[in-house]
Design a protein around this ligand. Sequence first.
Ligand code: SIN
Length: 492
Amino acid sequence: MGTMVQLNEAGLFKSQGLIGDKWVDAENGHTLPVNNPATGEILTSVPFMGKREAEKAIAAASQAFTSWSKRTANDRSKILRQWFNLLIKNKDDLGKLIVLEQGKPLAEAVGEIVYGAAFVEYYAEEAKRVYGDIIPSPFPEKRMLVMKQPVGVVAAIAPWNFPLAMITRKVAPALAAGCTVVIKPSELTPLTALAAAELALQAGIPPGVVNVVMGDAKGIGDAMLDSTEVRKITFTGSTGVGKMLLAGAGKTVKKVSLELGGNAPCIVFDDANLDVAVKGVLAGKYRNSGQTCVCINKIFVQDGIYDKFAEAFAKAVSGLRAGNGLEPGITQGPLINETALEKVERHVQDAVSKGAKVLVGGKRHSLGRTFYEPTILGNASDEMLIFREEVFGPVAPLVRFNTDEEAIKLANNSEFGLAAYAFTENITRGWRVAESLEFGMVGLNEGLISTEVAPFGGMKQSGLGREGSKYGLDEYLEMKYVCLGNMAQPVG
Ligand code: SIN
């Protein structure tokens, strides 16, 4: 264990991949450092695996599928419940790992463990509710039914912004359905995934059901796409990579779920409750330092409330505290790396050059490295880069608007359709706006919408399929129609 990583359960600090029942290094011995984005320190290194290791992991998952898929739903449910218990029992250690490799403040990181574990608990319960159907037959001699069966081996590719929750949101429904998985966590944040896999083994999930490989994203991705044993790809990340996976999955016609970019708009109407709007936008914008796919990235504020909102919002944002997430009182961690920081800088410079006014922040933080000041830009407009590209950082541009139609048009003017938000006290207006927004999720008077019980996913180029909720289970199930002939019943 690296000197700066002190966990209560030292065994959760894993720095090898998991294939079948073995913790393994890369076959060629290559490794990859894992950095703390707040300090730049190297926490440890993990194997830089590639195509060969991914193929072995797929073979292990394929072998394990035979028995895991045949266990009763009750059995799988009990084991998943045990995994949930262990995730919660170890939430402080897992939270610490997230802070160290990803940067978010400790309270938020522990919150992510609770959020991530909730998917495991939810699907432990749903495992027992995979019902089929009996179809009323139009033929007297035939009976018809639909059964649901696991799709098979699942390849789950996860991002760095939620090192646990984006994995459990995929793996828990897959396992509940009877599938086995090969996980590729982000190379930036593999440690939480490896700890979660160790807890999965401790919970009694049989070897081979969960495998973890990381390193050469292209090599691993190719192995997953080329394999006929992998029947499903589930991915959270950029729209660019999502499109490549979608095209690649076509070679073997796999099922695909994609959760891609968002660039969420938010509309604050004149009749919004100011306190509710400020609280909601603050939470929806600055969660994880702006690094979520559902973060509010464009704020359209109606003329009559614009000045009051800008003032109250600026006051709230000025109260945010950036720093190392392990220190008490910190609300804003670092950005994930220098590249992310440079993108934020580029967006702010572009906006200012096109007439935006910095109301708060607007530059690198005095802490240096990957820290950027929580920022608000006034007088923003849809010609700015920040409106087209997801900033993925702590920058909130405010745009003034007049009519509802104008706001809806501005919000829908995007290739993305993941999440959108609106603040109004008028239920009729709120309902009309929710119906008009071309987004998979809408928060009305609410900036935090994510939960295991609701379907998470987008329209347009924000993705395919849904994660979480009862709908999330269908992504891992095949529907099989069975027709029984020669079933005419003698009458009387
Ligand atoms: C994401 O950023 O992809 C997920 C955010 C969430 O689950 O709330």
